[in-house]
Structure formats: structure tokens, C-alpha cells
Design a protein around this ligand. Sequence first.
Ligand code: A4P
Ligand code: MG
Length: 190
Amino acid sequence: MPTHNSNPSEKNSSVPSNLPKTKDWSKVYIGLGGNIGDVVAAMVEALGSLATNKQIRVVGRSSLYATPPWGDLDQDEFINACALLETTLEASELLIALKVQEKSLKRERTRRWGPRTIDLDILIFEKVEILTPTLEIPHPRITERGFVLMPLNDLNSKIILKDKSISYWLSKTDVTGIRKLEDQSGWISG
Ligand code: A4P
Ligand code: MG
């Protein structure tokens, strides 16, 4: 009987040892938000398109939340959620993939923290820490934003940031006005 082994990195005398090692899948939490148009449809489309990339899997979604605007108060309420991805891309490559989605969903950059059809942020990428002019990981404002902490807490309340858990940061954050959307149907099945 021939031996079948789907993982070339496992020991198997029939596989040459000089094959390149299969790249590991990194766990990544992303934030999704928007306040123009059908935001839930845009989020479903963004995740669906990302999942067509062979190097990205969408493995978890938080609930959807309606959230008061943060930072720039002169705009409509947002809808926010988080998703857990697995990817073999580097963080900078994933950022490009997210920006492609934002662009195809007609995201226009008006003013910082201003209204948008969709915003896709890399929140946490394994234990990676990056600080460049175009990419900061972990995302710099997670621990002070209820609209990020509430959905992130759905996915994993035990993640540690700045030596404390997500559930700790959530307990210290003002979440006034944030509420779970009653209708989650299009999102869960999307
Ligand atoms: N960038 C750096 N690090 C990252 C990262 N980890 N993930 C750079 C994604 N992008 C990252 O972003 C500006 C630049 O950030 C990008 O070009 C990228 O290279 P942007 O999306 O063009 O602009 P922005 O989103 O207006 O600015 P910023 O500072 O990213 O804002 P945030 O932090 O995304 O906040 N209120 C509610 N309720 N819900 C929201 O979703 N969102 C914002 C935007 C403000 N208020 C909100 C919400
Ligand atoms: Mg952003």
C-alpha cells in the first residue's frame, strides 16, 4: 500500500527533505466598519472576496454591532464587526488585499475618521509587532474603542494586549450606545 501524506512538512521517507517548507497559517483578527450604504452587504462581500484568495481563510465572525461614531462625531452611526482570518500572507501583503477590497467597495477617503462604505483594519496578526508609516500592528487604538473591543471580545476575550486581556480593556471602556444588531441573519449565513 502506498502511504499518503497531505502535509509535506511531516516526516515521510518518500518525500525529499529539500522541498520548501509549507508556509504556516497565521491567525489574524480584522476589524470591519462602515456607515454609508448597505454596510452589512459590503462586509459580506469583502469577506467573501477575501475567501476566494487561496492564501486566506475566513474562520470566524463576531456579531454585528451598531456603534456611535468615534473620533469624528459629525456623522451617522456605524456598523462594526470583527473577523478571524487565517492566512499565509505577510501582514503587508494582507494590508494590500484589504485595500483592494475597500477600493472595489467604493471606499473614498474624505477626511480622517470620516464616513465610509467600508473600512478594513488589521487589528492583531499573531504576535507580530510592526510600526511603519503605512502599517501599525497591533492596531494602535484597539484598547480604547468599544466598537472594536465588543466584537473582538465575541471572537476571543483572552487575547492579551498591553499586558491585559480584551475582556479587561472592554470592562474599562465606555460602550454607551453600542448595541448588538437584532437582525444578524444576512451576516451569519453570508
Ligand atoms: N494603517 C496603519 N496600520 C493599519 C492597520 N493595522 N490596518 C494605515 C489597516 N490600515 C492601517 O487608514 C489610513 C492608513 O492607515 C492606511 O492607508 C493604512 O496604510 P484609512 O483607512 O485610509 O483612514 P482612516 O480609517 O480614516 O484612518 P485611521 O487612522 O485608520 O482610522 P481608524 O482607526 O480606522 O478609525 N467610529 C465607529 N463607531 N466605528 C468605526 O468603525 N472608524 C473610524 C476610523 C473612526 N470612527 C469610527 C470608526
Ligand atoms: Mg482604517
